[in-house]
Design a protein around this ligand. Structure first.
Ligand code: KG4
Ligand code: ZN
Length: 390
C-alpha cells in the first residue's frame, strides 16, 4: 500500500502556491482552514463553547465528542467556501499538540484518514507556532504598527517581520515566544506556571457570578469600575523570581495567575464575612482591578522579554487578545519601548484552522518533510517541535 509518507514535500504544481487544508481541534473549537500560500480561502469554525457553559470551563470529553460531530460538516463548509475539492488539496496540516489529549486525537485521527484516502502529505504541527503562522496571511502582519527601522523579510513568501516575538494569551495558554524562523526556529521565553490568563478570567467571573466565558463579561463589567480600587498581586514579580538582566531569576519572563485568583476570592469573602449583601459587593471595581493586574503583569513581562531578547516586533494571539485593557496597555508599552505590534482580527486570534493551514503552507514552501502517518497527538508538544518528523 502506498502511503503519504512517500509523497514529495513540495506537492504543489510548479509556479503555484500550495493549496493547504489546516485542521484544528486542540480545545473547544473545531477549525478547518484552507489557504493557497499566504492567501486565506476559507476559515470554518464550529465551537462547543455553549456545551461547556454550565460547567464554567471546557470539559475535555465533551469537547472531543463535539469535534467528532463537527468534523465532517465543518470540513465541507470550508471546502464549499474555498470552492475547492479534497482532490485539489496539495497537503494537509493538523494540530498535533499542545492541547487536550482527547480533543487532539479526534483531529489527528480524522486528518490521517483524509491523508490516507487522498494520498496527500500530512503535517502534524504545533498549535502555538500556528498562532504565529496566522501572521503570514495576506493583510495580517501589515495591519500592525511599525517602529522606525523594522525590516520586513520575505522568507518563503511570508511577510512576517524580522526580530519577531509572539505573545499568546488564551484560556489554554499564556506564552511569549521568540520566532527566529517560523518553520524551523522558535523558542519559548516564558509561560504561565499555573493557570492561563483566560482561565483566570473564567474562574474570577465564576466567583463574581458573572457567567462563562469570563473574559468578555469581566471586560464589560470592568468598564464601569475603578481599576485602582483594589491592589491585586502581580504574580512572579518579586525580585527573587525576576532577578536582574545580568542574573535573571528562574521566572523572569514567566507568569502566575493562581495567586491573583485567590486574592480576588479572599476579597469577595471579606465582603461576605462583613455581611455585605451580594448585590452590594463592588463587582465592577473588583473586575476592573483584576483586569488591571492581568494586563499590567502580562504586558510588563512581555515587553521586558522582548527588550532583553532583541525582539522588535510583537504579535498578539489567543482569545484574550480581544481584551480591551490588554490591547490598549500593550500598544502603549510597545510603543514606548519601540516595539512594533500586530493584533490580528479576533477570529484569527482565537483557535482556528486557518492558522494551521497557514503554517502548513509555509512548511510545504520551505521543503520541510511531512510527518507521515505514524505520529501520535502530543498534548505536551514543546514549542521547538514545530512539525513532527516522520
Ligand atoms: O483562544 P480561545 O478562543 O480558546 C482557548 O482558550 O484556546 O480563548 C478563549 C479565552 C476564554 O478564557 C475567554 O474568557 C477569553 O479567551 N476571552 C477574553 C475576552 N474574550 C475572550 N478574556 C479577556 N477579555 C476578553 N474580552
Ligand atoms: Zn490557541
Amino acid at each position: 500500500m502506498s502511503v503519504p509518507e512517500s509523497a514529495p514535500p513540495m506537492a504543489a504544481a510548479p509556479g503555484s502556491a500550495p493549496l493547504v487544508l489546516g485542521i484544528e481541534s486542540s480545545c473547544d473549537e473545531t477549525g478547518f482552514g484552507i489557504v493557497r500560500g499566504t492567501q486565506l480561502l476559507a476559515n470554518a469554525v464550529a465551537s462547543s463553547m455553549e456545551e461547556h457553559v454550565r460547567f464554567g470551563g471546557v470539559i475535555p470529553e465533551i469537547a472531543a465528542r463535539a469535534h467528532l460531530e463537527e468534523f465532517t460538516p465543518t470540513l465541507q463548509q470550508a471546502l464549499d467556501t474555498a470552492g475547492v475539492t479534497l482532490a485539489e488539496i496539495d497537503a494537509i496540516a493538523v494540530t498535533s499538540g499542545p492541547g487536550l489529549a482527547g480533543a487532539l486525537m479526534v483531529g489527528v485521527a480524522g486528518a490521517k484518514a483524509l491523508a490516507l484516502a487522498t494520498g496527500k502529505p500530512l503535517y502534524g504541527i504545533n498549535h502555538l507556532v500556528a498562532h504565529v503562522g496566522v501572521g503570514v496571511l495576506d493583510g495580517v502582519a501589515d495591519s500592525g504598527t511599525q517602529p522606525a527601522g523594522v525590516v520586513h523579510s520575505g522568507t518563503a513568501g511570508s511577510v512576517l517581520p524580522e526580530h519577531l516575538g509572539a505573545l499568546l494569551v488564551s484560556g489554554g495558554h499564556t506564552e511569549i515566544l521568540q520566532v527566529n524562523r517560523l518553520t524551523s526556529d522558535v523558542t519559548l521565553l516564558g509561560s504561565t506556571i499555573d493557570d492561563a490568563a483566560g482561565e483566570a478570567y473564567d474562574k474570577v467571573a465564576r466567583l463574581l457570578g458573572a457567567g462563562y466565558p469570563g473574559g468578555p463579561v469581566i471586560d464589560r463589567l470592568a468598564q464601569q469600575g475603578d481599576p485602582k480600587a483594589f491592589r491585586f498581586p502581580r504574580g512572579l514579580s518579586a525580585p527573587k523570581f525576576v532577578g536582574t538582566a545580568e542574573e535573571p531569576g528562574k521566572h523572569r519572563h514567566d507568569w502566575s495567575f493562581s495567586g491573583l485568583k485567590t486574592a480576588v476570592a479572599r476579597c469577595v469573602e471579606q465582603f461576605e464575612a462583613a455581611g455585605v449583601p451580594d448585590t452590594e459587593i463592588p463587582t465592577a471595581d473588583i473586575a476592573a482591578s483584576f483586569q488591571e493586574a492581568v494586563a499590567d503583569v502580562i504586558t510588563a513581562k512581555a515587553v521586558r522579554a522582548c527588550t532583553e531578547h532583541g525582539i522588535r516586533h510583537l504579535m498578539l494571539g489567543g482569545g484574550v487578545a480581544a481584551n480591551s485593557r490588554l490591547r490598549s496597555l500593550l500598544a502603549e508599552r510597545c510603543e514606548a519601548a519601540g516595539i512594533g505590534l500586530t493584533v490580528p482580527p479576533v477570529r484569527l486570534c482565537t483557535d482556528n484552522g486557518a492558522m494551521v493551514a497557514a503554517l502548513g503552507a509555509q512548511l510545504v514552501a520551505d521543503g520541510v518533510a511531512p510527518s507521515g502517518l505514524d505520529f501520535a497527538a502530543d498534548p505536551g508538544q514543546p514549542v521547538e517541535r514545530i512539525s513532527l518528523v516522520a
